[in-house]
Design a protein around this ligand. Sequence first.
Ligand code: KG4
Ligand code: ZN
Length: 327
Amino acid sequence: MNILAIESSCDDTSAAVLTERGMQSNVIASQAIHVKFGGVVPELASRAHQTTISQTVQQALNEAELSINEIDLIAVTQGPGLMGSLLVGLCFAKGMALANDIPIIGVNHMDAHIYANFIDAKPEFPFISLTVSGGHTQLVHVKTPFEHEILGKTRDDAAGEAFDKIGKVFGLEYPAGPTMDKLAQSGNTKFHKFPQALLREGLDFSFSGLKTSALYFVQDQEEGFIEENLNDLCASVSEAITEVLVKKLKRAVEQTGVKTIALAGGVSANSMLRAKTEKLAEKMGVSLHIPKITYCTDNAAMIAITGKMKAELGEFDGMEIRPFASL
Ligand code: KG4
Ligand code: ZN
């Protein structure tokens, strides 16, 4: 089965082709336009998707050396995401499916982050996924394919949002997560102790207190202090975010008794989180799966693999399929 996948839920337009030989292409067109606004502007995102989607899909087909006539299935993100952005990808996919008589499958973007782990590996069910992105932070008990129980989630900001918003307070460009990660690598995690919320309480997360604390900390400093100590501050914030994530992940493993854990979503690209999770897995004697970096942040390859898994279960959609912003 040759699968063409399309992802356009936020600010990356992506198309991928998956065949029996593996992932043949995964083209990602990122939108630079949002940087000057310090965050994604939904209206601009939809317009940019509309401009780039044809060439992104064509490039994915070209790199896979396939024509649309050789595609057996179109998998497309149905939600969650920005409504305008989702509409562009879904309408394009429906048009292609209708014109070429190809079946279509709608994919949940958050499921896809989890199943990105199946592109290069075969995690055993059941497992716990720590799904951490710009919009979500969830501990998911993945019992069998697509049978999920959300054990814990954030009560306010997502982990990626915390990286981005605190980075902005430090003067970093959007999205600040990857830059924070880089700077933190040569910083001192003990430079300042930022708060770690809800540590003794259940499996939910909260990052808004950390954000406020970082804001007050910055306001209290003399001019030049933040720039001079940027690496240490990034390391201290990264420590606070990743410690909570890993401690809650540990608790979820203890509560469920699963033998496998996985990381998913854009924040799983974070080097401190990856290192801490590796240590945790070793200590607990559980196996760990982390997608390679390009499959962590938004991409269509994860939509392709999830579409394939849904096709194997016979979960096809019809032409009435429509997007759901809060799927
Ligand atoms: O999954 P994703 O690409 O998009 C959403 O579905 O939200 O996640 C994007 C988020 C952003 O907040 C970005 O700053 C964060 O993931 N991120 C990182 C890293 N790479 C991406 N955060 C920390 N360290 C990174 N290396
Ligand atoms: Zn995402």
